[in-house]
Ligand binder design. Structure first.
Ligand code: G3P
Length: 218
C-alpha cells in the first residue's frame, strides 16, 4: 500500500517526506485555500514547490466544471511537472475529461467518488486513480471503508488497472481498515500517518532498554 499525504502544507509535506515513507501528495482547492494560496500563478508555484520536495505523484485539481475548461486547466497543470496528476471531479464532464487525458497518456485522479457506480465510470474512462471519500461517507452514517472494499473487489474482478486511492482519511484506524480492504493507496493527514507509530509497549520497552543500559554504564 502506498502512502500519499493529503495536504498543501509544505512543512507537513517535508516532515512526512523526511520520514522516508511518503509516495506522493494529493491536494484539493480547499487544502490550497487553507494555505492561503491565491491566484493561478501562486498555485502553479506551489505545485512546483511540492514537486521539488516529493518524488512521486502530486494530484492537482482543476477548478473548471465544464469539459473544455477542465481540458485547458488540466493540460496546463500536466505541463508543469512530470509528477503532476490531473485531479478531476466525478461528473459527466469530469469523466469525459478523464477519457480525454487517458487517451493522451496523462495521468488522472477521479475525485469526489461516493459510489461503486461512479468508480466504474472512472475506471472505464481510464482514470489512473479513483478517490472514494471514506470520512465523508462515515460522516453521513454510510460505510466509507465498505465502499473502498467494494471498488477493490469490482476492479479486481474486471481487471481494471485503475488504482483505488482511499481519500478523506480522518484517522489512523481508517488507514488500517483501508489496508485490509485492499486499497492501493491511502492519502492521509500527517497526524494519521504518525499515529501508525504509536504503541505504549514501544515507549515502555524503549524506556526499559535505556534504563538498563544506563545502570551498567553509570
Ligand atoms: O482527498 C480528499 C480529502 O482531502 C477530503 O478529505 O477530510 O475534507 O473529507 P475531508
Amino acid at each position: 500500500m502506498k502512502f500519499f499525504i493529503d495536504t498543501a502544507n509544505l512543512a507537513q509535506i517535508r516532515e512526512a517526506n523526511e520520514m522516508g515513507v511518503l509516495d506522493g501528495v494529493t491536494t484539493n482547492p480547499s487544502l490550497m485555500a487553507k494555505e492561503n494560496i491565491r491566484g493561478e500563478e501562486a498555485c502553479r508555484r506551489h505545485y512546483l514547490e511540492i514537486c521539488s520536495i516529493v518524488d512521486g505523484p502530486v494530484s492537482a485539481e482543476v477548478i473548471a466544471t465544464d469539459f473544455e475548461g477542465m481540458v485547458r486547466e488540466g493540460e496546463e497543470l500536466a505541463a508543469l511537472h512530470p509528477n503532476i496528476v490531473v485531479k478531476l471531479p466525478c461528473t459527466a464532464d469530469g469523466i469525459r475529461a478523464v477519457k480525454y487525458f487517458s487517451k493522451k497518456g496523462i495521468r488522472t485522479n477521479c475525485t469526489l467518488v461516493f459510489s461503486v457506480g461512479q468508480a466504474l465510470l472512472a475506471a472505464k474512462a481510464g482514470a489512473t486513480y479513483v478517490s472514494p471519500f471514506v470520512g465523508r461517507l462515515d460522516d453521513i452514517s454510510e460505510d466509507g471503508v465498505g465502499l473502498v472494499a467494494h471498488i477493490v473487489q469490482m476492479y479486481r474482478y474486471y481487471e481494471f488497472p485503475t488504482f483505488v486511492l482511499a481519500a478523506s482519511i480522518r484517522h489512523t484506524q481508517h488507514i488500517i481498515q483501508c489496508l485490509d480492504a485492499g486499497a492501493d493507496v491511502a492519502t492521509c493527514p500527517l497526524a494519521a500517518i504518525k499515529g501508525l507509530l504509536k504503541h505504549p509497549l514501544t515507549d515502555s520497552g524503549l524506556a526499559q532498554f535505556l534504563a538498563d543500559h544506563a545502570k551498567v554504564n553509570a
